[in-house]
Design a protein around this ligand. Structure first.
Ligand code: ADP
Length: 304
């Protein structure tokens, strides 16, 4: 039995289906990755999600949905005066715009009752979190999380981190860069997307992003770069893996999230780096041919 624990936020998603008609789903970067990890895992892999929700009916529905995806979320802290974050997607032709209501979401309190969190961290083989997880936490909770991960993870556990840099979620750019760098430094696997890294850190190439993280002591770095080569760097060995062309891209939401989930699950299944990257690229390539972050399993073709 192996296990993956994701730590982050899952929000209510409302996408416009007409003038006053909305389709409701649930989504969030870490949760999305867990969904694709589940899709690429054998049944003997346990996938868990740590977040926080409220005590309202939408919170109940969110947890039921997570469970129905085969992702454990028992012991989720319930914050009585908080509710799940929410965002809307408006379509303007093929363009999508997002509006968020997450400033006071329950998920921001996910480190406040840490007993269950540390129990889950101590049991996990892979612990996965992101720069968005960190951006939404109050400052002292963020410190508690980084220290607690270090203290409670078991020997040999892999700490996997996607910087997922969203400058609008941070009040101070220098603090954002400092926190992302600290979180990466204590991680074993870092999975950045080059666009974000270029904007935030000024990296000229994905190879420079990979080396910047490796120079912090990170063992294993994978830099995603849209349709361009995926850069893999481990033990000083840098390899570029070309991405197969994808026809009919309709929505790139969750490309990176799905890549991460499929990659981590594939490594846990014992696939080689080359096969894990190919599986992850293939998964992300299918996700961007569908609308929305979560593509139903029956629409995900088996690996080529
Ligand atoms: P993010 O969603 O985090 O910005 P990327 O845009 O780099 O991440 O995409 C993640 C992965 O999705 C890429 O490594 C690639 O495998 C796949 N991908 C994204 N865009 C395309 C594209 N236009 N064609 C083919 N694959 C793509």
């Amino acid at each position: 039995m192996t296990s993956i624990l994701g730590i982050g936020e899952c929000m209510i998603e409302l996408s416009s289906e007409g003038r006053d008609l909305w389709r409701q789903k649930f989504s969030g970067d870490v949760f999305n990755s867990l969904w694709y990890a589940r899709a690429h895992s054998l049944n003997d892999t346990e996938i868990g999600f740590h977040t926080a929700v409220g005590t309202d009916p939408m919170s109940d529905q969110l947890l039921s949905f997570v469970q129905s995806c085969g992702i454990r979320c028992d012991d989720t802290p319930r914050i009585a005066d908080r509710r799940p974050g929410l965002y809307t997607i408006h379509l303007h032709g093929a363009e999508r715009s997002f509006t968020y209501w997450r400033d006071t979401s329950a998920a921001r309190m996910m480190v406040r009752q840490p007993g269950s969190l540390w129990r889950k961290v101590a049991a996990a083989d892979v612990i996965y979190f992101s720069g968005i997880t960190l951006a939404i936490l109050p400052q002292e909770d963020l410190e508690d999380l980084l220290v607690g991960l270090e203290q409670h993870k078991k020997d040999g556990a892999v700490l996997a981190f996607d910087p997922n840099i969203r400058p609008h979620l941070w009040q101070d750019k220098n603090r954002m860069l400092d926190v992302i760098t600290r979180a990466a430094t204590q991680s074993d696997l870092v999975l950045p997307s080059f666009d974000d890294e270029a904007t935030a850190f000024g990296d000229a190439t994905p190879e420079i992003s990979a080396r910047r993280y490796a120079n912090l002591g990170v063992d294993h770095v994978v830099v995603k770069n849209g349709a361009s080569d995926t850069i893999h760097l481990q033990a000083g060995q840098m390899t570029a893996f070309p991405v197969a062309p994808v026809e009919g891209v309709v929505d790139t939401t969750a490309a990176g999230d799905s890549f991460n989930g499929a990659y981590i699950a594939s490594l846990l299944r014992g696939l080689s780096i080359k096969d894990a990257i190919r599986t992850a690229q293939n998964c992300a390539g299918q996700v961007i041919r569908h609308k929305g972050a979560i593509v139903p399993l029956k629409e995900l073709a088996p690996d080529a």
